[in-house]
Ligand binder design. Structure first.
Ligand code: UTP
Length: 290
């Protein structure tokens, strides 16, 4: 049985260029889905999976992401004075306990692998999770929990996967599959953003990882890969000789909110799940389409 996963890294230092100008001064991970920022969904998912320690890899202008999980005394006082109990409560929904939130700086966004490497001292020698907040998951069992359940049995490195269209392999890390039982795929490696011709499968990484600290040995080398960035995919790929590597099919709906269409779709999907607005949203969408 593998060691329990207690720590999660949230890399949030990227530039969010696909969402400019919205992300000129605001972090992409603060974009709201209905009324909660993407980062809050990711933190809630991790907490629901049993994560105890949360570390944000931030950059310049990204401090609000950490502030979102802190008290806002003036606002809290005003809401209290005005009797806005529900609104007040919503501020505390996702606040981890004191001493459980950490942040570290990635001074230059050199790539996801580099962002994760920036959190190495926090991780130490235990397995850890990575959640990309712009990948939003909707499921009965939290996405990360689905991965952690398999990790408990097989250990090593794991990623959540889903099957993508052949013409979309160049957007994702794609799994090189050894065996596949339809739920869990044992992998020989992974390639970042391969063209259709070079893609070893159509099983794509959807931004949830459980990783062994051995990957830091590779990340220490600061090698650049696809797009001139230091890729987490390459570090995982480089450790497949010494560690088991599995892809776990995600059971649920997944929205790529780093992409405009995915973001808009997620807003509609999550609004339709909210009892207090579902009917109105359904009617509004139907009217627009008609
Ligand atoms: P993305 O590649 O989706 O984010 O990285 P991006 O670079 O911000 O967005 P685009 O492609 O320019 O629109 C996935 C996650 O990894 C983080 C991002 O903040 C995002 O949450 N990231 C990426 C870092 O923290 N540091 C990096 O150097 C790169």
């Amino acid at each position: 049985m593998a060691r329990r996963v207690r720590k999660a890294i949230f890399p949030v230092a990227g530039l969010g260029t696909r969402f400019l100008p919205a992300t000129k001064v605001m972090a992409k991970e603060m974009l709201p889905i209905v009324d909660k920022p993407l980062i809050q969904y990711a933190v809630e998912e991790a907490a629901a999976a049993g994560i105890e320690y949360f570390i944000f890899v931030t950059g310049r202008g990204k401090s609000i992401l950490v502030d979102h999980f802190d008290h806002a005394p003036e606002l809290e006082m005003l809401l209290g004075r005005r009797g806005k109990e529900q609104e007040l409560e919503s501020l505390f929904e996702a606040m981890p306990d004191p001493g459980k939130v950490f942040s570290v700086r990635q001074q230059v966004p050199l790539g996801l692998g580099h962002a994760v490497w920036c959190a190495r001292e926090f991780i130490g020698e235990e397995p850890f999770a990575v959640l990309l907040p712009d990948e939003l998951l909707m499921s009965d069992v939290p996405g990360l929990k689905q991965l952690m359940n398999v990790h408990a049995d097989v250990g090593g490195n794991l990623i959540s996967i889903t099957e993508v269209l052949p013409e979309h392999t160049n957007r994702y890390g794609i799994l090189n599959v050894e065996t596949d039982d339809g739920k869990v795929a044992k992998a020989m490696g992974m390639i970042e953003k391969p063209s259709l011709e070079d893609a070893p499968s159509r099983l794509a990484n959807i931004g949830r990882y459980v990783l062994d600290p051995a990957i830091f040995t590779h990340l220490d080398k600061h090698l650049t890969g696809s797009g001139g960035e230091i890729q987490l995919t390459d570090a995982i790929d480089a450790t497949t000789d010494s560690l088991p590597f599995h892809g776990v099919r995600f059971d649920g709906e997944r929205f790529d909110c780093g992409d405009k269409i995915g973001f808009i779709t997620a807003n509609i999907a999550f609004a339709l799940k909210r009892p207090e607005m579902s009917d109105q949203v359904r009617a509004a969408v139907a009217k627009l389409i008609a």
